[in-house]
Design a protein around this ligand. Structure first.
Ligand code: ADP
Ligand code: TZD
Length: 574
């Protein structure tokens, strides 16, 4: 007599991770393969996830961070242990600094060996290293805890102030098997991952009172406002109140840059003169001179000016980080602005005409000056004549995404290239970090399927340049424009002793276009605005991976772009 024994169907760690990601709508993985995640990545692809594989983990991580900003869901990056993990860590820390949601998942070595420091393959206590550099860090040791681990990572990344999360998955976990039905039951579909956080009514009333008292109000929109995806609420608030606004660089386009109330072209004037400043998803960090000093109309660098601040932010500890905040409004920006809109009432007093008139006057003057400078159309190209071509292209294709890094290339593009739609500009962010270019460009193309124009200084481009192969491999509609002025900042530095070239100088007349050609993309050298326009038109209309080597006068620009004053030698002279 034979006895039928049926073993219950099994699943394993590999598939539970895949199922948990899918269950939560995370359908794209940015990665670089190797032990112990190669099989995982193969299986992910077989299970229908989009797997975008990079040449260096930092760029995979940057892509995940940009995906997080662009979609509001955490971008997911997978790396191997120790060195791969460390390569991804810069991107995780940068995402956290920028308040972008991402999850860095790294395979790790055997706990028992790591903890006794017995020298495992790629041994490193990754969890301990990641912890101080991100918003949260978790490790999963048992297959039945994968669902919880991924749910916790998702919630930590997107709730409250978004940020980077590290998830440590030891190699052994992937191969663990458990009962399939029990495995499925252990998975969690996260409900309301980024819950609304309503502002307290008294805080709303206080903010409105401060706003009502203003004679010279301004609103500063930051990338938190762009991330919050309440574009209509914000537009309605700005237009109903009539308050002039300044967009921080990644908030450009939240309202079109040619909006009548944009005060960008009168930035120094409004920062110095305003009496009430309302910050919406923007921190008073170095990018805003910490809210004090001469920029803000104070008499000395350390002094605070006589202004009142309202700060709308999801983080309750952000207020007072640099200057006193008279009206902190804590909550998600959508709920806060909706509450303010509701409280404006039918007869809101728009700001006095002498304030808006004075701004308009300065703005007109500066815009006229800009138009004149652009009209010179310098050839050989300087930053203005080259960026004018990009400016015209974005005007024609406001749906395109602009990725921007460099020093002068960044600073000039920020003021020359107008944006017309929200979340279309990705740049070096809070740290001013070089190397985001190709990672951000890949994610922008993958997540939005729109044309991407990556405008990079030649130094900046070098940090992620090898990813042009990734762009070609996935046939992404990315046009990289390298602003080639032969060096970091400029190409004119001299070594006073002769011999080696100066540390900021590169090989002259480098043929960057050949990098893209090497992988089957289009590579074009453009030495005049006309050639640049022709190449950019062709790149955007064809959607073909393209690199334009834009030859910029090597004497154009300044050392460190607009932050020359932060160089220690300059600071000493002050
Ligand atoms: P910028 O560099 O553009 O000035 P920052 O990165 O300094 O912007 O500031 C972004 C701010 O936005 C952070 O303080 C963050 O807490 C906040 N923030 C991000 N998302 C939201 C949201 N959904 N609601 C409210 N505040 C948010
Ligand atoms: N390393 C990293 C990771 N980030 C940085 N910001 C720097 C170094 C320092 N740095 C800048 O702040 S801008 C820049 C570096 C190296 C490059 C400037 O040269 P570029 O741009 O060619 O990219 P421009 O437009 O020619 O000035």
């Amino acid at each position: 007599m034979t006895q039928e024994t049926s073993t219950p169907e099994q699943t394993d760690g590999f598939h539970l991770v895949i199922d948990a990601l899918k269950l939560n709508g995370l359908d794209t993985i940015y990665c670089l393969p190797g032990i112990p995640i190669t099989d995982f990545l193969r299986m992910s692809q077989a299970e229908g996830l989009r797997v975008i594989s990079f040449r260096h983990e930092q760029h995979a991580g940057n892509a995940a961070a940009a995906a997080g900003f662009l979609t509001g869901k955490p971008g997911v990056c997978f790396t191997v242990s120790a060195p791969g993990f460390l390569n991804g860590l810069t991107a995780l820390a940068n995402a956290t600094t920028n308040c972008f949601p991402m999850i860095l998942v790294s395979g790790s070595s055997e706990r028992e060996i790591v903890d006794l420091q017995q020298g495992d393959y790629e041994e490193m206590d990754q969890l301990a290293i990641a912890k101080p550099l991100c918003k949260a860090a978790f490790r999963v040791l048992h297959a039945e805890d994968i669902g919880v681990g991924i749910a916790r990572a998702i919630r930590a990344a997107v709730s409250g102030r978004p940020g980077g999360v590290y998830l440590d998955l030891p190699a052994k976990l992937f191969a663990q098997t458990i009962d399939k039905a029990a495995g499925q039951r252990s998975l969690i579909k996260v409900v309301d991952a980024a819950p609304k956080q309503l502002p307290a009514p008294d805080a709303v009333a206080r903010a409105l009172d401060v706003l009502k008292s203003a004679k010279k109000p301004i609103v500063i929109l930051g990338k938190g406002a762009a991330y919050a995806r309440c574009d209509e609420e914000i537009k309605s608030f700005i237009e109903k109140t009539g308050i002039p606004y300044l967009p921080m660089s990644m908030a450009k386009g939240l309202l079109p840059d040619n909006h009548a109330q944009s005060a960008s072209a009168a930035r120094s004037y409004v920062l110095a003169e305003a009496d009430v400043v309302m910050l919406v998803g923007a921190r008073l960090n170095w990018l805003l001179s910490h809210g004090k000093g001469k920029t803000w109309g104070a008499s000395s660098a350390k002094d605070t000016a006589n202004k009142k601040f309202i700060q709308v932010d999801i983080s309750p500890t952000e207020a007072d980080s640099n200057v006193p905040i008279d009206a902190p409004l804590v909550g998600d920006i959508g709920s806060c602005i909706a509450a303010l809109n509701a409280g404006l009432g039918g007869n809101w007093q728009k700001p006095p005409a002498d304030w808006t008139g004075a701004i308009a006057e300065r703005k007109d003057k500066n815009l006229t000056k800009m138009t004149e400078t652009l009209a010179k159309n310098a050839s050989p190209m300087n930053f203005h004549s080259a960026l004018n071509v990009v400016r015209n292209k974005i005007k024609e294709r406001p749906d395109a995404i602009l990725v921007n890094e460099g020093a002068n290339t960044l600073d000039f593009a920020r003021s020359i290239v107008d944006m017309y739609e929200p979340r279309k500009r990705l740049d070096v962010g809070t740290w001013g970090i070089m190397g985001i270019g190709m990672g951000f460009a890949v994610a922008a193309a993958v997540e939005t399927k729109k044309p991407v124009i990556a405008v990079c200084g030649d130094s900046a481009f070098g940090f992620s340049g090898m990813e042009v192969e990734t762009i070609c491999r996935y046939d992404l509609p990315v046009c990289v424009i390298v602003f080639n002025n032969n060096g970091v900042y400029k190409g004119t530095d001299q070594n006073p002793r002769g011999g080696d070239v100066a540390p900021t100088v590169f090989v002259k007349d480098a043929k960057y276009e050949m990098l893209m050609q090497a992988f089957g993309g289009a590579g074009v050298r453009a030495a005049t605005p006309e050639e640049l326009k022709k190449a950019l038109d062709e790149a955007v209309s064809s959607g073909k991976p393209t690199l334009i080597n834009a030859i910029i006068d090597e004497t154009a620009g300044t050392e460190s772009g607009r932050i020359t004053s932060l160089n220690p030698a300059m600071a000493k002279k002050k």
